[in-house]
Ligand binder design. Structure first.
Ligand code: 26R
Length: 822
């Protein structure tokens, strides 16, 4: 019999071409005469989506079997990056589709580049959530990611006159082919109002919450494919809408515009992603967002649990709920409310279920980033939750008293409520008390958590604590970003590394192989040349692909010390000015990253980079040996271009400040060497790569503490170091800000008077280390060997390894077979 491939599932090139043309006509309503590039992208996206639906429906079915444990990953941010290329890789149809598109007279790379990335996150925390969803699917673990469907994601960045300008991110403008709305699964969320006590039919004392307003959450689902398996998990994002009844009520009273206004107010909740590093104060809408998506998600989880016939007492057997930082930690109080108030469960049972179900990951030690909500704000938005938190706290402190009698200092330190003229709810304490597991995101960070931020919780419940070093997905961050390198690796050691990154170790035997080395170098050069072209297009700057590509891309923050990097650039510049004949390794310094719109110092650092670039790039004495580039609008898409082209990765935060870092891992996997402090995951990257393959500098965490304890005075470093002094004086006197002598005064003042992040203390060590880097680069063979060894030894930093650890130690989740759904 003749076999005819289904147009929606067939994978032959012929079928793909036909399906693509069909979707262009019937979904986009265009033909080749009038189709735009975006129409072609959409047609292809739908062609790919058709081919994953059997897996998606199969996975949903498999998750709804009794006894299956589902991981629920609650996160205010998911920085997924573009879907198309990734889905092609996971479906294993990249090559067929490339050919089909080519035979249709188009270019696959151009269609992939057409996708507007969903920037629903700020940086590390949101991208980690995305890598974890990828690995959960790769490992066939039933999982749902829950978050917010922000209408505007992280702002787009433009640079005007060297300053950052923020542009709204209209990512949904041309439609989103990857999501499916599920209005039938809408849930209601209450806000504001007051509570009332009453006695129920059984004579029990109960509380009911009379809300001031109600909104509804509409779920939008996006499939998350596993790598070449049948699993397609779900990312469920909630959109806030006004309940229909609201409109009708007002309409009947004749207040049509009032009703529309209320509708707009409701929809505000999922309107925009908040940038981090923005002052916490008074951000009521942020608390509304957090409660909104958490309440929707918990109601959804309970509904699913009851649907499969589960008993609420057994929720923890079917559900593991992970809190990605404290942003969703209101979930602890909300689950208690749902169980006690709405489902009639007694307090003690409810508390046991809650603790057994929740686990909490901390992502930062910075005191200003620890979430605390003013009691007044909290109480007016969530009156019932405040009561519940008081009751959790009362019982919790009773337990503490029993364990540490008479220790009132400890009670005050552990309390969920921070006392003082203004009282606050401490969200990290709520998360810690209400979870059975608490983890940090790198070995050092987890130690510091136990020693500082959560010390009292550690002394109270040491068994809750563990470390789960972050990881990143090799599918997006090697295969998709660096296809040539992926090809070389697979050709040399087979393709098992994609699922089992530890296998990269087998590359070690090629580290000294001349032929392999030269191919390795050639690929790096190709990637650098691509980036060179991109830099020229975006900034007009011409850079030399044979120079050392030295890259720092990440959010702009004082603790990350982009300005320390700048101090070195100026130092090099001064050396060249003093001796224009000096032999130096030609370098291209590339920066990228966004500053929070309200973070003045961070914005000034961007201006500083651009100002130094303007002077250095145009000085004839430099003769092109140094180039400084600030590439605007750093995001996932741009990261995919940058990591493969990097030779030196800048990971230079003050020791003890960067929880983990994940960019550091992406660089290293792609063959960049790291210059870094002993901070976050750098410690473990160096351990794996070997200390001889890592450029280490700077104070250790212990030294930072000790220096601060004995009184740090940046002046001493300024006065004691002529080169440093010259750089600071130049910044202060306007050498890099012609006509605006005082422009960088706030930065300079802060550095010489306070220098919270110890740039001046680490300056000399950094300069010497950078000089060693420059020297090392001259021996290309040795450099290449180090580069190969870095990639070969990064197996530990696969998010697959991280997710396996979470599954075994925290979630108790196991792989589930998925049968394709007809
Ligand atoms: C409360 C508010 C102001 C806020 C502050 C900071 C909101 C969000 C953040 C972002 C933090 C939590 C974050 O992104 N942390 C990063 O998490 C990464 C993943 O674990 C780490 O790699 C990275 O080191 C850490 O900064």
């Amino acid at each position: 019999p003749v076999q005819i491939e289904d147009d929606r599932t067939g994978l032959s090139v012929e079928t793909l071409k036909r399906a693509f043309a069909d979707n262009l006509f019937y979904i986009q309503g265009k033909n080749a005469d009038i189709a735009t590039l975006n129409d072609y992208y959409m047609a292809l996206a739908y062609t790919v989506r058709d081919r994953l639906l059997h897996r998606w429906l199969g996975t949903i079915k498999a998750q709804l079997k009794p006894k299956v444990k589902v991981v629920y990953y609650l996160s205010a941010e998911f920085l997924m990056g573009p879907h198309l290329g990734n889905n092609l890789i996971n479906l294993g149809i990249y090559d067929q589709v490339r050919q089909a598109i080519q035979e249709s007279g188009l270019n696959l790379d151009e269609l992939i580049a057409q996708e507007e990335e969903p920037g629903l996150g700020n940086g590390g925390l949101g991208r980690l959530a995305a890598c974890y969803l990828d690995s959960l699917a790769a490992l066939e673990i039933p999982a749902i990611g829950y978050g917010l469907r922000y209408e505007f994601g992280i702002f787009d960045q433009e640079i005007r006159d060297g300053w950052q300008v923020e542009i709204t991110d209209k990512w949904l403008r041309y439609g989103n082919p990857w999501e499916i709305a599920r209005p039938e699964a809408t849930v209601e969320v209450k806000l504001g109002g007051h509570t009332e006590a009453f006695v129920d039919g059984a004579g029990r004392y109960r509380v009911r919450w009379i809300p001031g307003r109600t909104i509804v959450g509409v779920p939008y689902d996006t499939p998350v494919l596993g790598f070449k398996n049948n699993t397609a998990n779900t990312l469920r994002l909630w959109k806030a809408e006004a309940p229909e009844s609201f409109d009708f009520q007002a309409f009947n009273l004749g207040d049509y515009y009032g009703a529309v206004n209320a509708k707009m107010y409701s929809e505000n909740i999922s309107k925009v992603l908040y940038p981090n590093d923005e002052p916490m104060q008074g951000r009521e809408l942020r608390l509304e967002q957090q409660f909104f998506f958490v309440s929707c998600s918990l109601q959804d989880i309970i509904r699913r649990h009851l649907y499969v016939g589960g008993k609420l007492e057994n929720l923890d057997k079917n559900a593991a709920i992970q809190l990605n930082d404290t942003h969703p930690s209101i979930g602890i109080a909300e689950l208690m409310r749902l169980l006690v108030d709405e489902h009639n469960v007694d307090w003690d049972t409810a508390w046991q279920i809650t603790q057994d179900t929740f686990a909490y990951t901390n992502h930062t030690l910075l005191p200003e980033a620890l979430e605390r909500w003013p009691l007044s704000l909290f109480g007016s938005l969530l009156p019932r939750h405040l009561e519940i938190i008081f009751e959790i706290n009362r019982r919790f402190l009773q337990e503490v008293s029993a364990k540490f009698p008479g220790d009132t200092g400890r009670l005050a330190r552990l309390s969920l409520i921070q006392e003082g003229p203004e009282k606050f709810v401490r969200m990290a304490h709520l998360a810690s008390a209400g979870s059975h597991a608490i983890n940090g995101v790198a070995a050092l960070h987890s130690e510091l958590l136990k020693r500082d931020v959560l010390r009292d919780f550690y002394e109270l419940s040491p068994e809750k604590f563990s470390n789960k070093t972050n990881g990143v997905t090799p599918r997006r961050w090697i295969m998709l970003s660096n296809p040539e390198l992926a090809f070389l690796i697979s050709e040399s050691i087979g393709d098992g590394w994609i699922k089992n990154l530890g296998e990269l170790r087998e590359l070690e035997r090629f580290a000294n192989d001349k032929e392999f080395q030269s191919r390795w170098r050639q690929i790096k050069l190709n990637n650098k040349t691509n980036l060179t072209e991109y830099i020229r297009k975006r900034t007009g700057l011409v850079v030399d692909p044979h120079s050392l590509f030295d890259i720092q891309v990440k959010r702009i923050h004082e603790y990350k010390r982009q300005h320390l990097n700048v101090l070195y650039i100026i130092t090099l510049y001064n050396r060249l000015k003093q001796n224009p004949e000096l032999e130096i390794t030609p370098r291209t310094f590339i920066f990228g990253g966004k500053a929070a719109p309200g973070y003045f110092m961070a914005k000034l650092i961007i201006k500083l980079i651009n100002s130094v670039a303007a002077v250095v790039n145009s000085d004839p004495d430099v003769r092109g040996r140094l180039k400084v580039v600030f590439l605007p609008d750093y995001n996932v898409t741009f990261g995919q271009r940058v990591y493969p082209a990097a030779e030196l990765s800048e990971q230079i935060s003050t020791a003890g400040k960067e929880a983990s870092g994940t960019g550091n891992m992406k660089f290293s996997m792609n063959g960049a060497l790291t210059i870094g402090t002993l901070d976050g995951a750098n410690v473990e990257i160096r351990e794996e790569a070997g200390e001889e393959n890592f450029f280490l500098f700077g104070l250790t965490t212990e030294e930072v503490y000790a220096l601060k304890a004995r009184g740090y005075n940046p002046w001493d470093y300024y006065n004691g170091n002529p080169a440093l002094r010259q750089v600071i004086d130049q910044l202060a006197s306007g050498v890099f800000s012609p006509g605006e002598a005082h422009l960088f005064e706030p930065l300079v003042d802060h550095l010489i008077h306070r220098d919270e992040y110890l740039l001046l203390a680490d300056y000399q060590s950094y300069v010497e280390c950078q000089d060693r880097v420059g020297e090392a680069y001259r021996d290309q063979e040795h450099w290449t060997r180090m580069s190969i060894l870095n990639s070969a030894r990064m197996g530990k930093f696969s998010s697959d390894r991280a997710i396996r650890e979470y599954c075994e130690d925290i979630w108790g989740a196991v792989a589930v077979d998925v049968a394709l759904e007809e």
